[in-house]
Design a binder for this molecule. Structure first.
Ligand code: PHE
Length: 364
């Protein structure tokens, strides 16, 4: 119906005189583009004058409607009026945005509020921290307190109180880093604790039964490092002392832990082991969560994975802190959270934990 009008518009002549729907469309495209590139109040005003002003393009187009036939005028007029209100709306939006960006700054300091935000680099918890927290949570849910102790320790607590006197061959189990310092009598050597076990005596000296604590903390050993040995690492010690504590309590508690950390169907196995501060002493294994006990690389084809040492607190330990071993008994255990993290996440080299390689740490 408006065929002749299209051609006129396309040729670009007589626009004001004989506007068509295409003219309206073209004008809209042009006006919107112009509005987007207007960045200052002055430019906005110029734009307003050139489209909506008394001699503006849209105003002229509206005036030209009179030259159209009734039918055409109805259609084109509606489109042009719609465009007018659209442009007015857009203009006030732009004015509003300009005002706001003025608040945010001006000139060289202006903040372009339309730019996408810069991502904020986000840190995460170290895998060792994660596992320590997870393990401690299991114990706090069973009523254990969390206690920490000194990393630089006296020989007295690290060894003597733990039933490992001087010249005892068991000292070889803990290759020690000594600190060049002794007490005032020159008798008490200092060392970097080789395990968290010294906290057992410290806690028993400072509290009365019932005692239920776990002690996470850093330990040090004079050792060559390889994929499964580090010279510094964490341990989590556990201690429960009260009347009537039995080996069944030890088993039940550690069973609960194994299932919470490694899955509800875990089996556990206890075998005799020797630690001077427990009697009897055991090591605890879980059935391999990878092969379900069939034998694989993770469990060295044995079907079992050893995760900690444990046992009943040695009566001599109780005597040394002034507890009557006929009245009180207790159990203790010690585990390496890095080792547990290695098993849980399939980490093959313990040295990764402290080499600060962000590519490793980022994965947790
Ligand atoms: N302290 C022992 C170690 O470092 C672990 C352990 C703690 C064993 C408590 C038994 C009881 O290997």
């Amino acid at each position: 119906m408006f065929k002749h009008l299209f051609t006129i518009a396309q040729k670009g002549n007589l626009m004001a005189e004989s506007p068509g729907p295409d003219t309206v469309q073209e004008l809209e495209t042009k006006a919107v583009k112009g509005l987007e590139s207007a960045g200052t109040e002055e430019e906005l005003e110029e734009w307003r004058i050139s489209y909506l002003g008394r001699r503006g393009e849209l105003t002229r187009l509206l005036r030209g409607l009179g030259s159209l036939e009734v039918e055409e005028r109805r259609v084109v007029g509606a489109a042009a009026n719609r465009l007018k209100s659209t442009l007015e709306e857009r203009l006030s939006e732009r004015e509003q945005a300009l005002k706001q960006s003025k608040v945010a700054g001006s000139g060289a300091e202006a903040i372009d509020v339309t730019l996408p935000g810069r991502p904020i680099p986000q840190g995460g918890l170290h895998p060792t921290t994660r596992v320590i927290r997870e393990i401690c949570d299991v114990f706090t849910s069973m009523g254990f307190d969390i206690v920490e102790g000194p990393e630089v320790e006296w020989d007295h607590y690290n060894f003597e109180m733990a039933n490992i006197p001087k010249d005892h061959p068991a000292r070889d189990m803990w290759n020690t880093l000594w600190v060049d310092y002794t007490d005032e009598n020159g008798e008490q050597p200092m060392l970097l604790r080789t395990h968290t076990t010294p906290m057992q005596a410290r806690i028993m000296e400072s509290r009365k039964p019932p005692i239920r604590v776990v002690v996470p903390g850093k330990c040090y050993r004079y050792e060559a490092t390889d994929a499964t040995h580090e010279w510094h690492f964490y341990q989590i010690e556990g201690l429960a002392v009260d009347r009537g504590i039995t080996f069944a309590n030890l088993k039940g508690t550690l069973y609960e832990l194994a299932r919470a950390i490694f899955g509800q169907d875990r089996k556990v196995r206890f075998r005799c082991d020797y630690f001077p501060f427990v009697e009897p002493g055991v090591d605890m294994s879980i059935d391999c969560f990878n092969c379900e006990g069939k034998g694989c690389r993770i469990c060295s084809e044995t079907g079992w994975i050893e995760i900690m040492g444990a046992g009943m607190v040695h009566p001599k330990m109780l005597e040394r802190v002034g507890y009557d071993p006929h009245i009180y008994t207790g159990f203790a255990f010690g585990m390496g959270p890095e080792r547990i993290a290695m098993l849980k996440y399939g980490i093959e080299d313990i040295r990764l934990f402290y080499s600060n390689d962000i590519r490793f740490l980022k994965q947790f």
